[in-house]
Ligand binder design. Structure first.
Ligand code: KIV
Length: 263
């Protein structure tokens, strides 16, 4: 997958699959899978660092995790998130963050929002030769102004805003757009209105692709059950079972065996 494949996938009606990844060992596994592209999402602040929101992701975290992922999955198209407020602290700071993420090995960056200064910044970054993925609907960096993780664009006026924002981001040069937690109909309408692909999470089946947090699709946290999530494995039980088995075999002194010991 390269930047040109995003549009050609859309024209061919071939769905795009994207997953998040934050570390080197899981990047090495993803490198061997068919998944189309990887997102080093700022959700790493929650999943990897235990914070309660993506507001806590810093450029240092994003840079470190992006470099670990790109070293593990050199053939995958990797998108890295611009962290909280990095796009609102002036052009110079925003470009420094873009520079750091691209030098960490990203192939593109992702920006949340469609405010005038964000659209202007997208144009500037695209002009500088860096591909930008947009992100609308529930943009988690703004949860404090949304009053929590709530489905966006339910009322006609709000849906219209999402649609207009999507068109503005496309005009500014975005090559793809993440649509998060919007009603199924809006997901379909925005996807039909754009020539660039939409990648949905909680946006229904009519977007041009889907993205999930890797840990969620693997079932790492059984208590996290948003409506949109399908678990493709039960890693929580798998990991806990393996560690308990290891503990038991250490207690029984059946691990390590002679075969697992040096002469
Ligand atoms: O940070 C993230 O994981 C994301 C996806 C949920 C789209 O932005």
């Amino acid at each position: 997958m390269n930047i040109l494949d995003f549009e050609s996938h859309k024209s061919a009606r071939q769905k795009i699959s994207m997953v998040t990844c934050y570390d080197n060992w899981s990047a090495k596994i993803l490198e061997e899978t068919d998944v189309d592209c990887i997102l080093v999402g700022d959700s790493l602040a929650v999943v990897m660092h235990g914070f309660d929101s993506t507001v806590h992701a810093t450029i240092e975290m994003m840079e470190l995790h992006t470099a670990a992922v790109t070293r593990g999955a050199p053939s995958k198209f990797v998108v890295a998130d611009m962290p909280f407020l990095s796009v609102s602290r002036g052009l110079e700071y925003a470009m420094e963050c873009v520079h750091r993420l691209m030098q960490a090995g990203a192939n593109a960056i992702k920006i949340e929002g469609d405010k005038p200064h964000q659209i202007e910044l997208v144009e500037h970054i695209v002009d500088a030769g860096v591909p930008v993925m947009g992100h609308l609907g529930l943009t988690p960096q703004s949860i404090h102004s949304f009053g929590g993780h709530k489905v966006q664009g339910k009322q006609a006026e709000k849906a219209d805003q999402v649609q207009k924002g999507a068109l503005a981001l496309q005009a500014a040069g975005c090559f793809a757009l993440v649509l998060e937690c919007v009603p199924i109909k809006l997901g379909g309408c925005v996807s039909a209105a754009l020539s660039i692909p939409t990648i949905g999470i909680g946006a229904g089946p009519h977007t041009d692709g889907q993205v999930l947090v890797l840990h969620d699709l693997l079932g790492v946290d059984p208590s996290f059950k948003p409506k949109f999530l399908r678990r493709f494995a039960n890693s929580h039980d798998l990991v806990a079972g393996a560690v308990n088995q290891y503990h038991q075999e250490v207690q029984e002194q059946s691990f390590p065996s002679l075969k697992e010991s040096y002469k």
